[in-house]
Each structure stands twice: as C-alpha cells, then as structure tokens.
Design a protein around this ligand. Structure first.
Ligand code: IPD
Length: 281
C-alpha cells in the first residue's frame, strides 16, 4: 500500500534543509536578540523568518493542514492539537545556542494525524545531520539506521538534561535537586546540548542513555519523540506513566528500566500546559 504521508515527509526533509541554510547564513550576520516570557527566553528575527518560510511552503503543498509553531503561539495563536494533519514546528530549537553560536541548533518538524505522530524530522544544521523517523519504519541519521544504547546499568550511563529558561527559584531548586540526585546515583556524566531536539537525537543515536527535562514545549519534542521511539527507546512522564507532549515534561530513554530509575530521582513540578486555555485578564 502506498505510504499516505511519504510526500509530506519528503517535503519536511527538503524544507528543513532549506531552513538550515537560512540559519547557517544568519549565523554569519548580526543576530538581533529579543525576549519573550522573560529576559532569558530569547527569540531572533531568524526564528520568526524560518517559521514563516516552513509554514508558507507547507501551505502551498498541503493547503488543508494545520500548524502549531513556536513563534506563532508566542504571537497569540492557539496551541491546539486536533485530529487534522498538523505540523508542529520549532524553527530554531536551541535559540540561545544560536544567539551565542554554540554549535547545536536544530530545525524540528513533527507531523501528527489523529493526534498520532506520523513522522519526525530534526535537522541539526551546524553539524549537517538530518535525523528522520517514520512511524513503524525506524529512525535514521543522514540515511543510516539509528539504535539506542543497549547499556542496562545506569551507573555506566551518560544522562542529558537542561536547566531550561525558568528562573523561578522554586523550579530552579527542584531542577538542581533532581540533577544532584541523578549525578550521585552515580552516573558516568551529565550533559546537555542546549537543544531538546538534539538531546533526543543523542538518545536515539546511543550516545547518551537518557534525556529528561521539565519546562520544554511540545514543539521542542514533537519530532524527537518519534525519533527516540523508532530507534528503540521509550518515552515516559517524569512521574512515570505515559508521556504527554503537551505537559512540558519528558523522560526519553534507551529502556524502560533506565527511564524508571531516573523517574525515582526527579523532583517533579508542573509548568502550565502548552494546551491550557489562555488565562483571561
Ligand atoms: C529550548 C531548548 C532548550 C530547552 C528549553 C527549550 P528553544 O527551546 O530546547 O534546550 O532547555 O526548555 O525551550 O526555545 O531554543 O526553541
């Protein structure tokens, strides 16, 4: 049977590559930095330009499809995942990295139908690595199949996480306690690429055993989550149970055992959901 969504996936790969060229070019120019929810939640004209480039090009080819885009939501659009074919876009995952030319910056495109992930594309554009996954068909980097690490002992593992962009003292305390707990299991090391999408691709590639974070958004993890599961990994909520991409909490690991071990060490909290109705003023 023909793969209904293959042409959409081919388009996503082509447009992610084009978006990556724009990002690489913009790195050579002046990067005018603006802020969103706080002084450390950054955005640039390139984020906005790349998101528009992707949305326009998809609209021309698939006029009935819907979108959830980081910068469109920041501009007031709803973050509403329906059963319709929906593209979930982070034009630059790792905006802070981009601003500082720290070399992990990704274009992330997830595609959902009936709220189920059909494909995910993450283009780590400074490394020139194109990560792709199609539901039921595996995960790849530049066409080579990916597989998670087979390490079963968390004490022999590297764990990825991030500090995120909240500076709320209570949240920061919990982030540091969790980090301390995980580090002192003890694990071989803790890393963070500064991009949730890249961290998830590192899990899928077998370079780190797990990645967890509280505070990410659906566009940061929409594509990477399928790449992890198609590479043989598991997704979980930070309190155990099923991962919920709108909840702003994720554990992505090579195995259920490692995910559950990390869950034991996390001091959880719940940021406002991405799909929460806007609060009335
Ligand atoms: C951010 C990155 C970062 C993570 C933040 C995300 P953005 O996404 O993925 O690694 O710690 O939670 O918001 O803002 O660069 O698209």
């Amino acid at each position: 049977m023909a793969d209904l969504w293959q042409s959409a996936m081919d388009h996503a790969v082509a447009i992610a590559r084009k978006a990556g060229e724009v990002v690489r070019e913009a790195l050579r120019d002046d990067r005018k930095v603006m802020t969103k929810s706080s002084s450390v939640d950054l955005v640039t004209l390139t984020d906005q330009r790349v998101e528009q480039l992707i949305i326009q090009s998809v609209k021309e080819k698939f006029p009935t499809h819907r979108f959830i885009g980081e910068e469109s939501v920041a501009a007031g659009e709803a973050c509403d995942l329906t059963d319709s074919p929906t593209w979930i876009i982070d034009p630059i995952d790792g905006t802070t990295n981009f601003v500082h030319a720290f070399p992990f910056v990704a274009v992330s495109i997830g595609f959902f139908v009936n709220k189920q992930s059909e494909f995910g594309v993450v283009y780590s554009c400074l490394e020139d690595k194109m990560f792709t996954a199609r539901r039921g068909k595996g995960a790849f980097c530049n066409g080579e199949p990916l597989s998670v690490s087979d390490q079963e002992d968390i004490r022999q593992s590297i764990i990825a996480t991030e500090f995120g962009s909240s500076r709320d003292p209570e949240a920061v305390d919990k982030i540091f306690s969790s980090l301390r707990n995980v580090l002192c299991i003890p694990v071989h090391g803790v890393r963070g690429a500064g991009s949730a999408a890249v961290n998830m691709c590192l899990v899928a590639s077998g370079c780190v055993e797990a990645y967890y974070e509280i505070g990410i958004h659906v566009w940061d993890v929409a594509a990477g989550s399928l790449i992890v599961s198609e590479a043989g990994g598991v997704l979980m909520d930070v309190e155990g149970g099923a991962a919920d991409l709108m909840s702003r909490r994720i554990v992505a690991a090579n195995s259920r055992a490692i995910a559950e071990r990390i869950v034991k060490e996390i001091e959880s909290f719940s940021p406002p959901r991405d799909d929460a109705p806007p609060t009335k003023v």
